[in-house]
Design a protein around this ligand. Structure first.
Ligand code: BES
Ligand code: ZN
Length: 632
């Protein structure tokens, strides 16, 4: 071991590194990777790190608790004295190292981060086994009453681990840079099927006991579990859909293009690495549109539009199978590497499957959204409009804005436009291939970009550094020209000026995206009379399309169009998807309807997952009665 490390020091000083950090010299290059520092995890993976999890769990719907043993296989340096896990509100009952009970220590509680669990290690320790139980403060878990499901008879449980909530249901080293494989045995009530981000069952058994295996290493934010009355139907040999029985056929119809999407993705950036690709349609309180849990995307039912018009979300989650799940952001400050790449890839899949004029509509909507969000954020926290974030000391959830997604997208599109599609695709394909199952920092990506694609002159001209490290939108933001939207603009003029309803023979053929553009581009001040006319002609308030409805809430709420209020209320009570909640509650607040917002929120809040609840509590200045349930 001596020679390699001496060699390393010599090499390093020759290359001009300063070697004043004695810690890093101790690291054996061949058996512990250089993990980057993650301010959102207590783990010290350069000393002792997990490699595999055997998870044995029982899911109890009466007590709303998971009791489990997490047996971790670990890799530690010889001199490692302890291994540190992240926990949040877990009751730790017992810890064993290589089968021997040990004294563990739970450190002090920090907001967002929870407590570090330190476990003493003897030399050569191989496994750490933690017996524990979740508590009411398990922020990842949402336990649903039967009334909150489609079937109304059987309860439901799902998890949402990203960004740092895995630690609230598994003691883990909860940093995106730390990967492990896992096996699991999960017991659920016998009328339910359990599913994980792993090889999954396709039918219920009578015992309620299921086993899982995830042979590819994943970070803990991709740990996922759901349990409920779900059934499976395949779409192709390697793709399929899970949903509650009453939603299965609708879901299969909606996602009919799944296999085509996987093939399109593979054609672009290389083989799908995870075997099976399925989607589970969750109850409407799911706080996101989708979550890219490996092998099993978790999805909101609000994308079941009936006409397949909202499936770009599926393309998005599928794209994460490369950007995010294969090549993973090193820390949440590098989140744009996950999401910006994924939005880019999503648009490319959509273009392959549905054509350029379709994907350019998506790009145009994305651009509008970005410009609006960036303008708002420049007034509040301009720092957060940088691609590379600094979230230390904050909830990483605060980095989930339009910036990593859409500024990230346009940054990549800018590079594509500079070097041409062929070279860019070649570059991306290699990027995924060479970095699969690894982590990526923003700086690592810039190095890779400069080594493989751009000249200094190009990088300077494109203002690469400015894009990544400066706030705001650079002056070379790519332009999107959508012919289909140009036609919408034309028609809208006529419709508004000349009172032509319904759509003067044009709008009959419009798809969801044209309608979204139409609604988003209505004048800010629009009369209630006009809104009523539009509503009568196009039936927006009654729309079964969640995106159209949520878009329609903006001009109507802000211009006090009362007929929409009951629909706003029922929507906010039924749906827990944060992307819809935030703008809708905000519109209520910003148009002097605080009381209405609060009344609705009181009724709706119990239906929301913790992730949405926390955001809405902040937005509405809501304080729960009595003591906050702090796991400290
Ligand atoms: N991985 C995200 C969801 C996420 C991000 C959860 C950060 C927690 C923290 C997922 O892939 C996503 O981006 N979902 C979007 C989909 C959309 C951009 C197509 C959503 O939920 O709206
Ligand atoms: Zn995403």
């Amino acid at each position: 071991m001596k020679y390699p490390s001496i060699l390393f020091v010599i090499l390093a000083s020759w290359l001009g590194f300063s070697c004043n950090n004695s810690k890093s010299e101790e690291v054996k290059k061949d058996d512990v990777t250089d993990y980057v520092n993650d301010p959102h995890s207590y783990a010290k993976p350069n000393t002792a790190v997990v490699t595999h999890l055997n998870w044995d769990a029982e899911v109890n719907f009466d007590s709303e608790r998971i009791r489990a043993v997490a047996e971790w296989e670990i890799k530690a340096k010889d001199e490692a004295k302890e291994i540190i896990f992240d926990t949040y509100g877990l009751n730790i009952n017992k810890v064993m190292v290589d089968g021997e009970a040990v004294d563990f220590k739970l450190g002090s509680f920090k907001e967002e981060l929870g407590r570090p669990l330190s476990i003493p290690l003897s030399e050569g320790a191989k496994t750490v086994s933690i017996t524990y139980e979740t508590t009411d403060s398990a922020r990842a878990l949402q336990w649903l009453d039967p009334e909150q499901t489609a079937g109304k008879e059987i309860p439901f449980l799902f998890t949402q681990s990203q960004a740092i909530l895995a630690r609230s249901w598994i003691p883990t080293q909860d940093s995106p840079g730390i990967r492990f494989t896992y096996d699991a045995r999960v017991k659920v009530p016998s009328n339910m099927m359990a599913l994980m981000s792993a090889e999954n069952p396709q039918s219920k058994n009578t015992s309620g006991e299921y086993t899982f295996s995830m042979p590819q290493p994943i970070p803990s934010y991709l740990m996922a579990l759901s349990a409920g009355d779900v059934v499976f139907k395949s779409i192709s040999e390697r793709t399929g859909v899970y949903a509650e029985p009453s939603l299965l056929d609708t879901s299969v119809y909606e996602f009919q293009d799944l296999e085509n999407m996987v093939q399109a993705a593979e054609g672009l950036y290389g083989p799908y690495a995870w075997g099976q690709y399925d989607i589970i349609v969750l109850p409407p309180s799911f706080p996101f549109g989708g979550m890219e849990n490996p092998r099993l995307t978790f999805a909101t039912p609000t994308i079941l539009a009936g006409d397949r018009s909202l499936v770009s979300l599926v393309a998005h989650e599928l794209a994460h199978s490369w950007s995010g799940n294969l090549v993973t952001n090193a820390t949440w400050d590098d989140f744009w590497l996950n999401e910006g790449f994924t939005v880019y890839f999503e648009h490319r899949i959509m273009e392959e499957v549905y054509g350029r004029d379709y994907s350019e509509m998506l790009a145009s909507l994305t651009r509008d959204e970005l410009q609006e969000a960036a303008a708002e954020m420049m007034k509040e926290i301009p720092e957060d409009t940088k691609l590379k974030l600094n979230l230390e000391g904050r909830n990483p959830d605060e980095g989930v804005t339009s910036i990593p997604y859409n500024k990230g997208y346009f940054f990549l599109r800018l590079i594509e436009e500079e070097v041409g599609r062929e070279r860019f695709d070649e570059f991306l394909k290699n990027y995924f291939q060479e970095n699969k199952f690894k982590v990526m920092t923003t700086e690592g990506f810039i190095d890779y970009l400069m080594a493989n694609l751009l000249t200094e002159e190009q990088a300077n001209r494109l203002q690469i550094k400015e894009w990544i490290y400066e706030p705001g939108l650079p002056d070379n933001l790519p332009v999107v020209e959508s012919d289909r939207f140009a036609k919408v603009d034309e028609a809208q003029k006529k419709i508004l000026e000349k009172n032509l309803y319904p759509a003067s023979g044009v709008a009959e053929a419009w798809t969801t995206h044209e309608w979204l553009h139409f609604i988003n581009h209505l004048p800010k001040d629009i009369s209630q009379e006009k809104l009523a006319q539009l509503d009568a002609a196009y039936g927006f308030t009654q729309s079964g399309n969640s995106e159209i409805l949520a878009a329609w809430f903006q001009p109507t709420i802000r211009n006090n169009y009362e007929p929409v209020y009951p629909r706003v209320e029922s929507f906010l009570i039924q749906v827990g998807r944060r992307k819809f909640l935030t703008p809708t509650y905000r519109a209520l607040l910003e148009s002097d309807k605080e009381e209405m917002a609060m009344d609705i929120y009181e009724k709706a809040r119990p239906n929301y997952h913790a992730v949405s609840r926390e955001t809405m509590d902040d937005l509405l200045g809501y304080e729960e009665e009595g003591e906050e349930s702090n796991p400290a």
